[in-house]
Design a protein around this ligand. Structure first.
Ligand SMILES: [Zn+2]
Length: 667
C-alpha cells in the first residue's frame, strides 16, 4: 500500500486549509528570516551563515588546488554560539552540530507549499538558497557544514553524537519534496551525491565504517529516495543501517569506550532492532527509527521486523503515550520513561516526537489499514502537533506539558524545560520547521491506496483522484472535523472499475456511525474500516460520527492521573486555562454526571467549539491543631464553591497570554 500522491490531493478544508495557509503565508517566510538571523528578538540560527562559510572555504579550495591547506579538525563543542550576533565570523561554524537540518526541513515545507499552488517569489528565494547550500558540498559529495568548516579529518568519527547522517536524512527529504514540487533537480542531485558518498564509506566489508546514525532519520529518507528513483543502492544503505543497529560488538561503544557495558537505550542501540519490544530512549530518534523499520518491513516483507514494529507501536500506545498523543515523558534525555510514568507538569512531550509518531502510524497504515494506527495519527496531529504552534504562526512550543503553573516553570530548575508561553525560536530549533513540513504535507496522510482500494484515514475536506483498471475515479470529500463529525463524499467515474472505498470508523465513536450511501453498496466492516464497493458512475456517501464530550480516565497504573479525568470531544482533547477559570486549577472538581454545553467561540479567529459545565472549586483549609506550624492542620472539611467551568481545545492553550493550564480535572 502507498500513500495517495500528495500532488494529487488538493485540500480545501475549513480547519486545515487555514493552518496550511498560515504556514505558507507566515511560518515559511518567518523561518526564512530566522535561518538568516534577521529576527533580532529570536535566538540566532546561523543555518544559512554556515552554508555560506562552507561555500567560501570550498571556493578557496578550488582556487588554490593542492596548495590549499584544509582546516584540521578542532572540536568546538556540540553547540557553538558567538558572544553577540555581530561577533560572528564569516568563516566560522555556529549553532548546533545539526544546524544544517533546519534549512532542509524548511525547503521540504517550501516544496509541499509549492505543490498546493505556485508562488514565484518563494520559489526564487528557494532557488537562491539552494545555490548557497549546493556550493557548500565538497567535490566528493560530502555535505555537512560543521565538519567542512571545523576540519574534515574527523568526519564520521562521532556517528553517535554528531548528526552527519541525520543531516543527510533531512537533506534527502527536503530535496525530494522540492523536486516533486518544481521538477528542479539541483538539490536532489546534491542529496544523491551525498548519499552515494556515504554508501561508498559504510558497510560490513573490511575497511568500511561499520556504523549507523546516532540520530535516526536517514533510514526512512533513503527508503523515500529509493521509492522516487528506484535505485536499489539507497534501499540497501537504509537496510544496512537498520540491520546493524544494536548488534554486538556495539559500534557506539567503539566510538565512546566509556559506554562499554552500558546498554545504549538512548540511541535504541541496546539490542538488534528485531528484538526490540519496548519503546525506549530519545523519543524523536525512536519513532524516526521505527518509521524506517516499518518502511523496510513493507518493502521486504520481513516478518520479524514487522513484529517488532507492531510491538513497539503497542508499547507506546498502551504504556507510554499521553492522552494528547504526546510521547517522551521525561526531559532527561528527551526520552520515554518507564511504562505508565506520564507526569503532567514535567512532561517533555516534544512536538517533534508527536510528529514522529504521526510518521510511524502512517507507515504502519501503509502496511495494514487498521484504524488503531489512524486513531493515534489523528490524536497526535490535532493535539500535540498543533499545540506546538501559536495561532499567528510566529511562536512555538518545543515541550507540550499537560499541567502548567507559570511561576513554577520559571523558578523550579526541574521544570525549566516547560515554557508557559510559546517561544519565538530556539537555538535547537528542530520543532518549528518540523511542524511546517508536516502541516504542508497533510495531503499525504488523508489516504493510502492499493490497487483497487482508497483508504480514508483522516476526514479532511479535499479532492483526489485514483486510477483503477484504466479508469480515473475522482473522490471529493467535505468534512466538518473537528467541530462536527459530518462527512460527505462524492465518488465519480468508478462504475465497472472494481474501485473500493474504505472509511475509517474513529475509535472515539465506540464503533457508532450513521451511513447513507447512494450509488454504491456496503461490503463489510473490518479492522475499523467500512468497505464500500460496486460503485455506480456517480455515488454519494454521507457518514456522520457523534462528537460528544466524554470524560476520559487513564489506566489505574498511571499514578499521576488517579482520581482525575480529561475531557475529549471527537479528536480534540480539552483543557482548562486560568484566563477562563482563575488560577489554582487543581482545586477544580467536576461531577461524574457532569453535562457540558457546547459554545461556538470566535475569539481564536475562527469557529472553535468550547465547553461549559457546572463544577466546584474545593478550597482546602486546615484547622487547629497545627502541631508543626502553619503548613499542616487537622482536616475537618473543605470549602466548596459552585463555579462555571470553561474548557478550550488543548492545542489552543497559551494563546491568550501566560496563565495556568491543566488537561486533567479532579473528579
Ligand atoms: Zn523538536
Amino acid at each position: 500500500m502507498i500513500p495517495a500522491d500528495i500532488k494529487n490531493t488538493e485540500i480545501r478544508d475549513e480547519f486545515w486549509s487555514r493552518k496550511q495557509a498560515l504556514v505558507r503565508k507566515e511560518v515559511i517566510p518567518y523561518q526564512w528570516e530566522i535561518l538568516n538571523d534577521r529576527i533580532p528578538e529570536a535566538e540566532a540560527s546561523y543555518c544559512m551563515h554556515n552554508f555560506k562559510a562552507a561555500g567560501l572555504l570550498n571556493e578557496k579550495m578550488r582556487k588554490k588546488g593542492d596548495a590549499f591547506e584544509a582546516p584540521r579538525f578542532t572540536y568546538r563543542g556540540f553547540a557553538v554560539f558567538p558572544e553577540k550576533r555581530e561577533d560572528a565570523k564569516e568563516d566560522e561554524f555556529y549553532g548546533f552540530v545539526f544546524q544544517d537540518s533546519d534549512f532542509y526541513k524548511w525547503i521540504e515545507a517550501v516544496g509541499y507549499a509549492l505543490m498546493t499552488g505556485p508562488d514565484p517569489v518563494l520559489e526564487e528565494t528557494a532557488d537562491r538558497a539552494i545555490d548557497i547550500v549546493c556550493a557548500a558540498q565538497l567535490p566528493n559529495g560530502y555535505l555537512d557544514t560543521y565538519y567542512i568548516i571545523n576540519g574534515m579529518d574527523k568526519s564520521f568519527s562521532d556517528l553517535r553524537d554528531h548528526h552527519e547522517l541525520y543531516c543527510l536524512g533531512h537533506l534527502i527529504e527536503g530535496a525530494i519534496s522540492y523536486y516533486q514540487a518544481t521538477g528542479k533537480e539541483k538539490l536532489l542531485k546534491t542529496a544523491e551525491r551525498y548519499a552515494d558518498y556515504v554508501a561508498s564509506l559504510f558497510g560490513t566489508e573490511e575497511g568500511k565504517i561499520n556504523g549507523y546514525p546516532g540520530h535516526e532519520i536517514a533510514e526512512m529518507a533513503l527508503f523515500a529516495l529509493y521509492d522516487l528513483t528506484g535505485e536499489e543502492r539507497y534501499k540497501n544503505l537504509a537496510e544496512y543501517f537498520i540491520n546493524e543497529r544494536g548488534k554486538e560488538p556495539n559500534y557506539f561503544e567503539k566510538e565512546h569506550p566509556d559506554m562499554k557495558g552500558k546498554p545504549d537505550y538512548y540511541h535504541q542501540a541496546h539490542i538488534p532492532v528485531r528484538e526490540q519490544t519496548e519503546a525506549v530512549g530519545h523519543a524523536v530518534r525512536a519513532v524516526y527509527l521505527y518509521s524506517g523499520m516499518a518502511d523496510m518491513a513493507r518493502l521486504t516483507g520481513d516478518a520479524a521486523l514487522l513484529n517488532a514494529c507492531e510491538k513497539l507501536f503497542d508499547s507506546i500506545v498502551n504504556t507510554k503515550m499521553y492522552i494528547t498523543g504526546g510521547i517522551g515523558a521525561t526531559h532527561l534525555g528527551e526520552s520515554f520513561s518507564l511504562p505508565y510514568d506520564l507526569p503532567n507538569d514535567t512532561a517533555y512531550s516534544e512536538t517533534c516526537a508527536a510528529i514522529g509518531l504521526v510518521f510511524f502510524a502512517e507507515r504502519m497504515l501503509r502496511i495494514k489499514a487498521d484504524s488503531k494506527y489512524a486513531d493515534v495519527m489523528e490524536l497526535a496531529l490535532f493535539n500535540t502537533v498543533l499545540s506546538g504552534m501559536a495561532l499567528d504562526g510566529k511562536s512555538f512550543f518545543y515541550v507540550n506539558p499537560l499541567d502548567v503553573i507559570p511561576e513554577n516553570c520559571k523558578k523550579d530548575e526541574r521544570k525549566t524545560h516547560v515554557k508557559p508561553v510559546r517561544q519565538k525560536w530556539f537555538g535547537c530549533a528542530c520543532c518549528p520547521p518540523n511542524i511546517a513540513r508536516l502541516i504542508t504535507s497533510l495531503g499525504r496522510y488523508i489516504y493510502t491506496e492499493d490497487e483497487n482500494t482508497l483508504y480514508t484515514h483522516l476526514y479532511v475536506g479535499s479532492d483526489t483522484t485514483k486510477a483503477v483498471n484504466g479508469k480515473l475515479v475522482s473522490v471529493s470529500m467535505e468534512s466538518g472535523f473537528p467541530n462536527n463529525g459530518n462527512v460527505k463524499i462524492a465518488v465519480n467515474g468508478a462504475k465497472g472499475s472494481g474501485f473500493r472505498l474504505a472509511l475509517r470508523i474513529p475509535g472515539w465513536t465506540n464503533g457508532k456511525y450513521r451511513l447513507d450511501v447512494t450509488g454504491a453498496s456496503e461490503k463489510e466492516e473490518k479492522d475499523g474500516y467500512i468497505y464500500l464497493g460496486e460503485f455506480s458512475e456517480s455515488a454519494a456517501i454521507d457518514i456522520s460520527f457523534d462528537m460528544i464530550p466524554r470524560l476520559m480516565a487513564a489506566d489505574s497504573r498511571v499514578a499521576e492521573d488517579n482520581l482525575k479525568v480529561a475531557v475529549t470531544r471527537g479528536p480534540i482533547v480539552y483543557c482548562m486555562e486560568g484566563v477562563d477559570n482563575g488560577d489554582k486549577l487543581r482545586q477544580i472538581r467536576i461531577d461524574k454526571n457532569v453535562s457540558f454545553t457546547e459554545e461556538m467561540s470566535g475569539e481564536f479567529g475562527y469557529d472553535v467549539v468550547t465547553l461549559k459545565a457546572d463544577a466546584k472549586r474545593i478550597i482546602p483549609s486546615v484547622s487547629a491543631p497545627r502541631p508543626f506550624g502553619e503548613l499542616y492542620g487537622e482536616f475537618s472539611s473543605f470549602e466548596e464553591k459552585e463555579i462555571s467551568l470553561r474548557l478550550i481545545p488543548y492545542y489552543l492553550w497559551a494563546n491568550r497570554g501566560e496563565n495556568e493550564m491543566s488537561v486533567y480535572i479532579n473528579i
